[in-house]
Ligand binder design. Structure first.
Ligand SMILES: C[S@@+](CC[C@H](N)C(=O)[O-])C[C@H]1O[C@@H](n2cnc3c(N)ncnc32)[C@H](O)[C@@H]1O
Length: 225
């Protein structure tokens, strides 16, 4: 993970707040304290009897080591998993299909959108893509370029962008930093927004995140998928 010294953090924070956005609101998000990403992954593997798991961005294998499944592939250029590559390099050469993909690599809009679309292309028909870090609660956690260690990035913009795709059904589960849940099927609630993605600010997300992301509780998600 990228190291940030104190000077770099302060410099990037001032730069961001001066030239990009300065907004002080903080969301009160209801992430359950007893249900995490590994619980959702296990729930889906058990429910659909999945056998092939892909994780993009594994770090210290916090999730990867807990996943119990027949075949698992973990891609990270630095640590963890079992394939030492960036996601772009992995997808370039990959010709395998997966039932469940967990995307948690580089948390920028452009990279996450690419990771999602590449995952869609190698997803089995009844498969599910999960995307971590979709729900930052304040500006500093979503700022790109990054200036703090605890960071969600602007992953939420990739969800907002693809919520406009007619062929992807997407929810965002209010748990564990916000988990995007994507299925390859007709979008039953196409998002309409009046701004291009590159003009969206954290303040827009703050005011509209429930609609933008189609936020859903864990209990309601389990009734839908
Ligand atoms: C937040 S950590 C992953 C945490 C882990 N999935 C978990 O559940 O706790 C992000 C990881 O993404 C990796 N990463 C960064 N850029 C990447 C890329 N282009 N492709 C794949 N992984 C990347 C980093 O090396 C880091 O280990």
């Amino acid at each position: 993970m990228e190291k940030l010294n104190k000077f770099t953090k302060i410099f990037k924070k001032i730069y961001y707040e001066t030239f990009i956005e300065n907004f002080k609101g903080k969301l009160q998000l209801n992430f359950p304290s007893n249900y995490y990403r590994w619980d959702l992954v296990k729930y889906l593997i058990d429910k659909y009897k999945y056998s092939d798991y892909l994780e993009i961005g594994c770090d210290q294998d916090q999730l990867f080591s807990k996943v119990q499944i027949q075949n698992k592939t973990g891609v990270d250029p630095v640590s963890g998993g079992n394939v030492r590559k960036t996601s772009d390099d992995f997808f370039k050469d990959n010709n395998r299909k997966f039932d469940i993909v967990f995307i948690d690599g580089l948390h920028t809009y452009e990279q996450v959108k690419k990771d999602i679309l590449n995952s869609v292309n190698c997803l089995n028909n009844n498969g599910i893509i999960l995307v971590h870090d979709c729900m930052p609660d304040n500006l500093s956690k979503q700022a790109v370029p990054r200036y703090r260690m605890l960071w969600n990035g602007d992953v939420w913009k990739a969800i907002v962008d693809l919520r406009q795709d007619e062929n992807l059904e997407i929810f965002t589960c209010e748990m564990d930093q916000g988990i995007g849940v994507i299925q390859k099927k007709k979008n039953s609630s196409v998002l309409e927004i009046d701004k291009p993605i590159n003009q969206l600010k954290f303040e827009d997300y703050f005011n509209n995140y429930k609609e933008y992301l189609r936020v859903i509780s864990v209990d309601n998600l389990k009734k839908k998928i």
